[in-house]
Design a protein. Sequence first.
Lengths: 289, 338
Amino acid sequence: MAGQMAEQFLQSRYRRRQRRNTLATTLALAATALGLGWLVLILGVLLWQGFSGLSLAVFTEMTPPPGSAGGLLNPIVGSLMLTALAIVIGTPIGILAGTYMAEYGRYDVLTTVVRFINDILLSAPSIVVGLFIYEIMVAPMGHFSGFAGGVALAVLVIPVVVRTTEDMLTLVPNALREAATSIGLPRSLAITRICYRAARAGMVTGVLLAVARISGETAPLLFTSLNNQFWSTNLNAPISSLPVVIFQFALSPYKDWQALAWTGALIITMAVLALSITARALVATGKQS
Amino acid sequence: MNSSRGRSVADVALQERALIAPAAGSRAKVLDRLRLGDAAFRQLTRAAAIGVLVLLSAVIISLIRGSIPALKTFGFGFLFSERWNPVTEIFGALPAVYGTVITSFIAMLFAVPIGLMIAFFLTELCPQWLRRPIGIAIELLAGIPSIIYGIWGLFVFAPFLQETLQPFLIDTLGNLPFIGPVFGGPPYGIGMLTAGLILAIMVLPFITSISRDVFEAVPPVLKEAAYGIGCTKWEVTRNVVLPYARVGVIGGIMLALGRALGETMAVTFVIGNAHRISASLLAPGTTISATIANEFTEAVGDLYTSALIALGLILFVITFIVLAIARYLLLRIERRIG
């Protein structure tokens, strides 16, 4: 009798545990479906809205005044220039800093501190970077400029490149460094000729990720490079950029502007996804060889 | 001593020295140049590393300098004043700070459980061949620029909420005592709740990928032991994996929180930019970053600009603290794994 009750008790307890497990499993499945569903939903809407506006004119004509047709040529060129400027400024600084952390001062206090601060900069709010550049460049110069926008983006590039450079150089086997030293190579040459070459795929990945990161950044550009409705490649003057134009056009009441904003959004997203996937592929091939 | 020995074999050496002297001279020169270049390169990299620290200090100093006029005028009251009136030049940070905290809180409320459940799925339930593709897809979500979430939120998500979820909330929860006002008012579509939900979608990938990484770092022996005594998959995750990975998970959550607090564009599109504190989550509000993004270029007068920079300073201090805690926790777990 008592044995039977104990048996029953165990049975019900077992079933309760099973039920709980099934419930949790179902919830986990639902959560994953939700996460993936959202990706599909966002990309789907983007393709749907963006493709209808995609035409040759988008790449050959200037941003229009409200109510007439036009394209996104000046913001696209502006964005490319700002991104190039940011990479040119940010990459060398990032690579050098990452080199110090991985090669010279791997166990330094300085490295630990820089790594900590760099990781914070990596996720610091980008709008604050915009304020910072406004304070140190736009206000003293007295006008908004493409240079300010490029430098603001460079501030976002540096932490990404520092991080990947350090990580990738740390992965380079020490035997390579020892071999280089044993044939009498000075350290700087061992680093630039041997270690950089061994870590090249990873370092290029870092730069690609940095480009992906900044190509959609809007907040730091709002009050540094501002915007320009007309064709301008003068970096010393306000310059148009894709994200800022999307921001401005999407919030406008005009239908053609909103359509152009969607098209611009599609272009940026495709560029960013292509960059991230390329970066991933690079890392994957680097690991195999 | 060396020279005397050299002299003793001078006959032999003289000839040879004459032959190799030019080469030895240039060799010394090359070595000197290399030594110099070596030192220069070392100092250059060191300067760049210190440059990262200088960068952060420069950001802080410039923000403090820029916000001095506003802080002088309003003092500590700036933090606690609810009024924001550019015309009469009276500024208070409270509505923006409130909006920032509430939208981030809503975001974490949804993103944390969902993110953890996805990590549970990826580590325990998912068939091996599907893990990588799903993991990559979720991480791609993290790469989509925030302005895309913004435009999507404004044109797709907000109207959708306005027609479905918000009327439903107003009709059901809105009539309840106590919590009724939280879901009161007309369904605007845009507002605090919408912004919070968009943020939840944005930070979900961060929580998922970090949780998955720390879940995977749990020693298999622990899990196998738990499975061995008959635990279900959920029990293993809940009672073995999660406690072991706790520090890392909290670090990931703090990292996501830091992102949510500072996120600008996605929020700016759907928050409504209203400087007031409403009881209702469905009402428009504002956040620190949205206020700066919306008003900075139009700010007339030094005090207005300074007040906005002061807002930026507050935001930076808050996110700095949150991110510092996150990094500290993640560093701790990295040390344990490594």
